[in-house]
Structures are given as C-alpha cells and as structure tokens.
Write a protein that binds this ligand. Structure first.
Ligand code: ADP
Ligand code: MG
Ligand code: MG
Length: 368
C-alpha cells in the first residue's frame, strides 16, 4: 500500500514534535521493512524519523512499541549512568499528542516517530575491517547494556523467529506437500538439510538445559542497523528495534556473521563466488566480545560459533522452504531466486564447517 501525501501529513501532525511540520513524501534510507520518512519542523531547526510500521510482518504494533519503549528507557538510563549522550546513543520515541507511543491512521496503519540521530552514516555493506569491528563493538555494548533487562517480559514480535527446529519442521512439511513438484530438482539441497537435522537443535537444547542464558536480542543485526559517527567513525546507535525480543546472543552474533563475514550478495547465483571470510569472523568476534564478553560464560561464547552456522543454515532452510511452497514469502525477481539464495547460504555453511574448530577457538580461546 503506497503512503499518500495526506496520510503522511496527517501522521506528522499526530505526534508531539513541538511545532508545525513539513513532510517530504520520498522514502528515506534503504530499509526494506518499514516505510520510513523524514519530517522537519517548519522552521527547519530539527528533523525526525516518521515510520509506518509494516503490520503484515508485525501484527501487534502495541506489543512491539511496548518492547521498544521498555528497552530504550532502560538503555537511556544506562547511557546516562555511563556518562554518554542518551540523545544520540539510543533511539528516542516521540509520543503522539495524546501521549501514546504510536498512531493509527485512517486506513488502520500504525505509525511511530523517533528523533533523527544526526551526523551519522549508515553503511550498507562492510567496507573496511575497522568499521566491521566498530559495528561488532556497538552491538556487543547494546547486548551488555540490556544484560539485566528482564528478557521474558518482552513480546515475541515474530513468533518462533529463530526456532531452528521449527523452521526445519516447516521445511519437512513443504517438502512432503511439494506443491509445485520442485522437490525432484533439488535433491542435493534436500540431502544437505537432512544431514544437519541434529544441528538444528543444538542452541535450543543448550538453552533448555540452562547452559546458555535467555537474553534480550535485536534479531536484525545487519550493519545498516548500526549508525556510525560521520566524523569519527565511532559506533553511535543501534536502530531498527522491531525484532527486539527474548533470544540468544548467538542469534545476533550469528546473523551479523551470516550477512557481514563474506563479500557476496545473499542471492549470488555463482557459488564459486561465495566465500566465508574467517578473518572477518575473527574481527567481528573480537569486537563483539570486547564489549559483551564480560557477561558471558564459556558455554555462551562457544554458542556464538554455533550461532554463525545455524543462522546461516536456518536462513537457507527458509529460502528453500519458500521455493518449495511457490515463492510467496520472499520477494523474487527471477525464477529460482529463492533456490539461489538457499544455495548461497548452504555454501557458506559448508565453508564454516570446514573451519569450525577455528571458529570455536576464536570465540572461546581457553576452552573449547
Ligand atoms: P527497516 O526495518 O525498514 O530497515 P529502519 O528502522 O532500519 O527500518 O529504518 C530505515 C533506515 O532509516 C535506516 O537504515 C536508517 O538509514 C534510517 N533511520 C532509521 N531510524 C533513524 C534515526 N532515528 N535517525 C537517523 N536515521 C534513521
Ligand atoms: Mg533496518
Ligand atoms: Mg527492520
């Protein structure tokens, strides 16, 4: 559904921005989930982010905003106590004029607003190692600042998001149904997944056994969800908190590795161009542990390597499931697009398996 000018302007006048606003109806940034806009005070002294929440993906905007308000309140107190600048280092939710955390427009869509975090850059891919390390430190710090937040009070904004055994079960269902008769063309990929059935359980078994803790996790730890200072390159603010929910540190670590520790596109069709970069893994791991490591025991550190492998495997399983079901979840731009995506993830998994001992050693040097 497109956002029309009157809908956008009505949304802009619903929030407590401190004066009359002007809207720019062009989408801002490169996010793929929400509709993001910038609105200015009419005197151009200050701008804000105004977002229409994607309620196809996030069906409970009230629960989602409760999560974000709770987590940002907690972060703000921590940042203040550490002598930081909470106005910049944390998203600040702007309430509506009636004091609510979100607004429902005349079409029934939910909107929210944040202060615009000024003088930052949002990287779309890993340019240099130093930036990747900074992103890792910033995500680790975020994790650490939320270590004492009661994770179980958060709403699950997407049910069973990283429940890998459940993703596996959904794959088995899609395979049994084989709605488009595609299964016969992907025997190697099916065998690849079946050979890793046990692996899918590793992290949740460790959680159930009390070996690793439930944490507040971000669940979308791509580098474009961390803002860096434009002048110094320092890590400033973790954004895009829609998927903040109870989870495992291995999920956040793993998804950053999946998306950042290689130089190929997620849908690279030429598998000879897909390379898992163990050096970038190490760069990220050292940065992440430098800020988050102090709250982690051995088992949780070890679980990070598993997170890298399982987030990649899980993502591949989801792409292949969608391929079997007829490509109705992930947007495709060409035939076999989801199959290419799945193959790329599996190539990365295979390469991780080749160096898995080293991956464990890097996150847990003393004991693995
Ligand atoms: P999506 O879920 O669609 O990725 P994001 O919340 O990540 O939505 O927002 C999309 C983009 O908008 C971000 O990648 C970033 O460039 C920009 N952005 C979001 N929030 C802010 C903010 N508070 N200050 C500055 N830029 C922001
Ligand atoms: Mg984003
Ligand atoms: Mg998002």
């Amino acid at each position: 559904k497109p956002v029309t000018e009157p809908i956008l302007c009505a949304a802009a006048s619903a929030f407590d921005f401190g004066g009359p606003m002007v809207c720019d109806s062009h989408h801002y940034g490169e996010g793929h989930i929400n509709d993001t806009f910038v609105v200015w005070r009419a005197d151009h002294t200050k701008r804000f982010i105004l977002q229409r929440i994607n309620t196809d993906t996030f069906t409970d905007p009230a629960g989602l905003m409760e999560n974000i308000c709770g987590v940002t309140r907690h972060l703000r107190a921590k940042i203040q106590a550490e002598g930081g600048d909470p106005g910049r280092e944390c998203l600040n939710v702007i309430p509506t004029l009636s004091g609510a955390s979100y607004y429902i427009d005349t079409e029934g869509n939910a909107w929210r607003a944040y202060d615009f975090v000024e003088n930052t850059v949002c990287l779309q891919q890993v340019g240099c190692e130093a930036d990747f390390r900074t992103v890792a430190e910033t995500l680790g710090k975020f994790q650490n600042q939320l270590a004492d937040y009661p994770a179980s009070t958060l709403h699950e904004t997407i049910a069973r998001f990283h429940d890998t055994p459940n993703r596996y079960a959904n794959f088995e269902k899609a395979l049994a149904a084989d709605a488009l008769g595609r299964a016969k063309t992907i025997a190697p990929e099916i065998a690849f997944i079946h050979a890793r059935k046990k692996d899918c359980h590793v992290l949740l078994d460790q959680l159930a056994a009390g070996e690793i803790p439930l944490r507040v996790t971000h669940n979308d730890t791509k580098i474009n969800n961390v803002l860096l200072d434009e002048a110094t390159g320092k890590g400033i603010c973790v954004i895009d908190l829609d998927t903040v929910m109870p989870g495992l540190s291995a999920y956040d670590f793993g998804d950053s590795i999946r998306t950042g520790a290689n130089d190929c596109a997620e849908d690279e069709p030429d598998q000879s161009r897909v390379h898992f970069d163990l050096h970038l893994y190490e760069v990220f791991a050292k940065g992440y542990l430098s800020t988050a490591g102090s709250t982690m025991h051995t088992a949780e550190k070890r679980s990070l390597a598993w997170g890298a492998k399982l987030m990649t495997l899980e993502c591949g399983i989801r792409f292949l499931t969608d391929y079997l079901e007829g490509d109705h979840y992930f947007h495709i731009a060409r035939p076999n697009h989801n199959l290419d995506r799945a193959r790329t993830q599996f190539t990365l998994v295979r390469q991780m398996e080749d160096v898995f001992d080293q991956m464990l050693e890097i996150v847990c040097p003393d004991n693995h």
